[in-house]
Design a protein around this ligand. Structure first.
Ligand SMILES: Cc1cc2nc3c(=O)[nH]c(=O)nc-3n(C[C@H](O)[C@H](O)[C@H](O)COP(=O)(O)OP(=O)(O)OC[C@H]3O[C@@H](n4cnc5c(N)ncnc54)[C@H](O)[C@@H]3O)c2cc1C
Length: 544
């Protein structure tokens, strides 16, 4: 059982992880009858974290993802690695402390992905007692942080503020505080790192595959039925343990596995608007309408503004609503009186899986849900959902403790992501391509460089004016389980965040796939249509 996976994965690897996927066939029929110690359903940050942790503890694990790794909530979050200042108001100190510990760890071990982010908290009309309360909250936040992980907060006078953030509205400004948190600009890339670590330890990873049935005997799980989302291929894998980590789709996934029960979670959507760059610092502010804490975060050359909290009945109801766009746009215009603040470029909607309890959504705990389905006749099946991107490692450790019925005290020791020391802990000089490869691929950057070295053509820029190189496409298809054009552009090469939402990059990638990687013209046009369909959900509704 322990690490038999390494050898077996090598046998399965060429068929499941290589170009077979890139042609659209999932190849999963080859898994038919294979036994796994555990199967993880869902390739968001929690599923990837659980697979990494299972593999780290020596289990032979399979992870299946329906639409692509990081496609779900993880890529629709504010992308902050934080304790959560607003959770202090709920007296959820344990949750804040856990986040701050995990923030310190990730800043240390994943410097290419997780970076320090200074926040400005401006004070406008708040009465003195409110300002003192906010400063007291920041002091507590500092005290809960591991010592020395980030600078402590400090006051910022009006003059300094006008100098460091000249476009921030000065009207009624009384001063500000500056505090520090962290940001993971590309959690999609962290998921790939965690999956690579799991695969290196012997796990099998399948993209565009979902469960379509759960087999049970005497109330215990014995096997999982799988179907390839694109190929329609099927397989039945044997296993006694299944972890449902399908985020806000968890109730849907349970239904597809034949588990009948009342909904586990309360679904609550949050949107973000993306603007051209508005400010150099992140800005935390209370929304003028209802005093909710919102953020403007510098991100990928622009500014992300969020978020909203709107309960929805089913996951299919998630969509950017005009009222939410207006709510965030109003606050943005109030804070920045510049032309850039007039028109958001695009938006994104994500769905929180909250513990199913009544009350205002921002008062409901952001803790994760961990449910054992033994009482529903499925011993061995557990669901994990909710929680925070920040705490992915500690939630994964708790899930695996639960699945195995034993606690591993080493799970939260300060080891690097991927169980290896990054080859570079500092950005490699000022070369744009080297900097980009380090940011995206971290310890795996030399693999991309090696691919580029096979033929100078692969080392060429993908498009003029971009530091992305053609070799990244091969790397994503061969080593990162990318299948579709949208997988490549949006969640591997990370080129979909500009005003054109990646359309130019999609054409460039499709051309390379056509010229060198065997995509015929029919495939290219189908992929572009699918790319446009997926990307359309980021367009903003026209406001009347
Ligand atoms: C608006 C918003 C802002 C947030 N901001 C922050 C923040 O700043 N910091 C922070 O720490 N946290 C934040 N969070 C919380 C954080 O994003 C989530 O806790 C985290 O991403 C959850 O990850 P997950 O893996 O559980 O879910 P997901 O990322 O949704 O992953 C679930 C995966 O399962 C797949 N799937 C679904 N159904 C199936 C199926 N049947 N078979 C196979 N696969 C399936 C999906 O495609 C998806 O990839 C935010 C959340 C929201 C909504």
């Amino acid at each position: 059982m322990l690490h038999t996976g390494v050898r077996r994965r090598q046998a399965l690897e060429g068929r499941l992880n290589g170009h077979a996927e890139a042609t659209g066939g999932s190849g999963i029929s080859r898994l038919d009858g294979v036994t796994f110690d555990a199967v993880v359903v869902g390739g968001g940050v929690l599923g990837a974290g659980v697979a990494r942790e299972l593999a780290r503890r020596g289990l032979d694990c399979l992870l299946v993802e329906r639409w692509d790794f990081g496609w779900g909530t993880t890529a629709r979050s504010t992308r902050l690695v934080h304790g959560g200042l607003r959770y202090l108001a709920n007296y959820d100190f344990g949750l804040v402390r856990e986040g701050l510990r995990e923030r310190a760890w990730q800043l240390r071990v994943a410097p290419n992905l997780v970076t320090r982010l200074p926040f400005i908290l401006p004070f406008y009309t708040e009465p003195l007692w409110k300002r003192l309360q906010l400063r007291a909250g920041l002091t507590l936040y500092d005290l809960l942080s591991p010592r020395g992980s980030l600078p402590r907060h400090r006051g910022v006078g009006r003059e300094e503020l006008a100098r460091i953030e000249p476009t921030l509205s000065q009207e009624g400004l009384k001063g500000a505080a500056m505090y520090w948190d962290a940001q993971m600009e590309l959690p999609e890339r962290l998921i790939i790192d965690a999956l690579r670590a799991a695969a290196d330890a012997g796990s099998t990873v399948c993209n565009h595959v979902r469960p379509t049935g759960l087999r049970r005997e005497a109330g215990s799980v014995t096997a999982l039925e799988l179907t390839g989302e694109r190929s329609g291929e099927t397989a039945v894998v044997r296993t006694a343990r299944v972890v449902n980590a399908s985020g806000p789709w968890a109730d849907e996934t349970l239904a597809a596995m034949g588990i009948r029960r009342p909904p586990l979670m309360r679904l609550n959507q949050g949107i973000h608007l993306v603007y051209p760059r508005l400010a150099e610092h992140a800005i935390a502010f209370e929304h003028p309408d209802d005093n909710r804490l919102c953020f403007m975060v510098p991100w990928q050359g622009g500014t992300m503004v969020g978020t909203t909290e709107t309960d929805i009945a089913t996951i299919g109801d998630a969509a950017i609503r005009p009222s939410e766009v207006e709510y965030l746009a109003r606050a943005t215009r109030a804070r920045f009186r510049t032309p850039e603040a007039e028109q958001p470029l695009w938006g994104i909607v994500g769905v929180r899986s909250l513990i199913n309890q009544p009350g205002r959504a921002n008062r409901v705990s952001r803790r994760h849900v961990l449910v054992d389905h033994a009482t529903e006749g499925a011993r061995g099946l557990v669901t994990v959902a909710g929680g925070k991107l920040t705490a992915w490692r500690s939630i994964a450790a708790e899930v695996v403790d639960d699945v195995l019925g034993s606690r591993d005290r080493d799970a939260l020791r300060p080891d690097p992501i991927g169980e290896r020391v990054p080859t570079q802990t500092e950005p490699p000089g000022r070369d744009d391509v080297a900097e980009r490869l380090w940011r995206l691929y971290g310890a795996h950057a030399p693999e991309v460089v090696a691919t580029a070295a096979t033929d100078p053509w692969w080392g060429e820029p993908l498009m003029s004016g971009e530091s992305a190189i053609r070799a990244e496409i091969v790397h994503a298809l061969e080593r990162e389980w990318a299948v579709t054009l949208a997988d490549l552009v949006h969640r591997r090469l990370m080129l979909g965040f500009g005003p054109d939402l990646g359309r130019r990059a999609a054409e460039a990638v499709a051309t390379v796939c056509h010229e060198r990687l065997g995509w015929d013209e029919g495939r290219v046009s189908r992929e572009l249509v699918e790319f446009d369909r997926e990307t359309a959900e980021r367009r903003l509704p026209i406001l009347v």
